[in-house]
Design a protein around this ligand. Sequence first.
Ligand code: ACM
Length: 797
Amino acid sequence: MTAHHFLQFPFFQNQGTKTKTAEFLMHGQSYLVILYCLLLLASCTSKESEEAPLTYDIIPKPTSLVEIPGFFVVDQDVEIIVSDESLKPVANQLKEKFAARGLELEIVDAVGKNKAIIFEVDAQVAHEEGYHLTVTPTEITIRSSKPAGAFYAFQTLRQLSPKEIEENGKMAAGQWKIPAVEIKDAPRFSYRGMHLDVARHFFPVEAVKEYIDQLAYHKMNRFHWHLTEDQGWRLEILNHPKLTEVGAFRKETLIGHANDRPKKFDGKRYGGFYTQEEAREIVRYATERYITVIPEIEMPGHSTAALAAYPELACTDGPFEVITEWGVFEDVYCPKPYTFQFLEDVLAEVMAIFPSEYIHIGGDECPKTRWKESEFCQELIKKEGLKDEHGLQSYFIKRIESFLNAHGRNIIGWDEILEGGLAPNATVMSWRGVQGGIEAARQGHDVIMTPTSHCYFDYYQADHPEEPLAIGGFLPLSKVYSYEPVPKELNAAEAKHILGAQGNVWTEYIPTREHLFYMALPRMSAMAEVNWTPANQKDYDDFTERLTTHIERLNAMNIQPANHIFDVKMKITSGNGDGVQVMFSKENKAGTILFSVDGKPITKNSSEFSTPILLSGSTHLTAQAFDGKNLVGRGVDQQFNWHKAAGKTITFKEQPAERYSAGGTGAVINGVRGNTVRYGDAEWLGFEGKHAEAIIDFGEADTFKKVTLHFFKGEAQWIYLPKNVSVYTSDDKEVYTQVGASAEIKGDQKVITVPIELNSAKGRYMKVLVQRFGLIPDGKQGAGHEAWLFIDEIIVE
Ligand code: ACM
C-alpha cells in the first residue's frame, strides 16, 4: 500500500497503523457526532444553492471575447425589451427558452423593471450575420444589423447559461447566472453547411428537426438535404405518385459492410418518405433558425429508385428494383425527352416547396455503361456535337440548369459536373478532393468545399475496436478541426469563390437517430469553428477544453455525441533504425496517462506515462487516461509481436498517400497488425496508383526463413489487391538477388495474408516489390481511376 493510497482511504488502513484521523475517531466521539450533524446541514444548504460554474466555453469560438467580472442573474426581475419588429421572432425564441424552464418573462418596448435583455438593430454591426453582445449585472444588450445576428447572439447566450437551460423542467430561483462579457462576433464564411442523407436510411421529421437544432446551435446556416437515391426516393411528388408508392421502399437491406462476402440481407421491407406538408414544415422550422434548406434531387446517376417507379426513364427496358445494398449502380436516367419532362415536373414541385436559391442536382458517380450501349444516346452525342458520354452528362446538367435558371434558381452539383464542361452558372461542391474546387474557382464559379479527407463524417472517427461499423476511411476530430477551406493554390480573387465548407453525413451505415448524432457530433462542432472562426484564432487544445463543457450541454439536450477526447491513442514508431518506441497521447490535455507493459488492467496505481517506451521483445501494452480522480475515456489494450524487421530501417521508393500513412512508413514493421475491418488506422499504408517498393536495412547480414505480407481488399472503396510480390536480398544495396515471390494474389476476405518462403536467404538488405493492380475496370466503383493499394505488417522471420 502506498502513501498515496493512505491519503485516499484513511478509514481502510491496517489496524496497527495510527494516523491523526484514527486517533480523532477514538478520542473525540461525542464531538464527532456534533461535527457530523453540522457537516450534514452544510451539505444540505450548499446543495440548494449549488452553483453551476460560470464558463465562457463557446463553440464556435467568437471573434472577440472579453471576460468581465460579475454576472447577470435571470429571474422575475428581468424583462425583454425589443425596439424593432424584425427582432421580435428571435426575442420570442429567447422568451420560450426561459419559459420552458419555468421563468415567464415579458417582452416590452420600454424600460420598466430593474434588469433587461435588450434587442437592438444597429447598422454599425457591419456583418449581416454578426452581433455584439454585452452582459453586465443589470443588462444584456444584443446588437445586430439583421435578425440572423440576433439569433446567433441568442445561441451564444445559451452557451453562456448553465447547461440546465437545455433541459425541460424548473430552474431554481437565483441559479440562472450568465457571466459578464463583451463579445463582438461574425462568421468567416457565408456558407456554413451540414448535409444529411435520408435516403440510405430514413430519419423521421422529429429527428431531422433535432439535426437542424444542432446546426442552429453551431451557427450553421445551410442544411443540404439529400432526398433521392438508388435505395429510396424520400419526397412526395404529386404528379408522379409512384416515386414514393414504389420508390420509397426497398424489399430488404444489406447486413454488414458492402465489402463483406457472402452478401447477407435482413429480409425486411424498409422505407419512408416526407409528405410535401412535412417537407414544408422542415423548411419553416429551419427558416425560423436562419437556415436555408437546400434539397438534393440526384441525377443522372444514383436514380434507381426513380427507375423502379418509372422504368420509362431508363435506357433499357427494366424492370428495376429499389436497390438493397450500398454502392454505385449502372441503371441511370436516359437523356430522352420523357426524362427531361419528368425531371422538370419534379423540380417544379421541389421549387414550390423549397424557397432556396440553390437546388442541388447531384451529378456524382454516374456510370456511363448504359449510355455507351444505347443507340439513342450515341445518336444524341453525334447530333449535339458532343465529345463523348462525359459531354452527354454535361449536356444533361446544362439542360436542367437552364430550366432552373429560367425559374430564378441556381444549381449546385458535385465536382463531377466539371467533366465535359461546367454549366454556366453552377456552384461546385468539391468532394473527391480539392482539385475540383480549385478548378471551378479558377473558372470563376462559386465553390463549397467538402472533400472526403476532412468533411466525410460517415468515416471512422477513432480506431478503437469498439467503434461501430462505418463505411471506411479515418477522420478524427482533430483532422476536421485542422481543415482550411481555402486551397493555397488560389489567388485572392479566386479565393473569394470559396463560399465555405460542409460536413457530409452519408447514412449507409447509420440506421438510427442515436447513431446519427454519434457520427455527426462533435465533428460538426469542429466544422462549425472551421467555418466561423478566423483561421489565426483557431487552437485545437483550447477547442477540446471548451468541448468538455459543450458535450455536457449536448447531453442536456438528449444528444449523445462521440466523446473520445480522453481516449488514449498509441503510436508505435519503427522504421528509422532506432528500435521500436511506444508513445501514448490523448486529445484533451487535462490529467495523465497510466500504462503497463505486462498486459495488466490499468488501475490508479499504474505507472504514469511521460517519455517514449523502448521495446525489445513481444509485449502486451495497456494504457488509460486518469483525470486525477477517475480512469476516464477508452484505453489501449494491444499485443506487440517482435520479429526480425521490427525497429529496423525501412525506405519506400515512392511514398504512400499522406492521408493513409498516419503511423509513418515504419508502421509496416512496428510489430502491430492493421485493423482487419478498417484501413484508415495508423497501421495501414495506402498507395494511390503506385507500386509499393520497400528496402529494409537490417544493419548487418542476416538469414531469412520467410516474409509474410498483409493487404487490404475493399473494392467498394477503390482498394484492390496487388498483382504479386517479389522479394530480393543484397549485401551492398546495389546488386539484388531474387529470393522469393508470391503467386498471383487472390482472395475474398478483407485482409489477405501472403506468405513467401525465403529458404534461408542471406543479406543485409531486403527489397520487397509489390505490383499494384492498375486501373479500376469498367462497371466498378471508381472505374477508370487507379486502384489503391493498402499494405500492413511485413513480418520477417
Ligand atoms: C458523394 O459522396 N458521392 C458525393
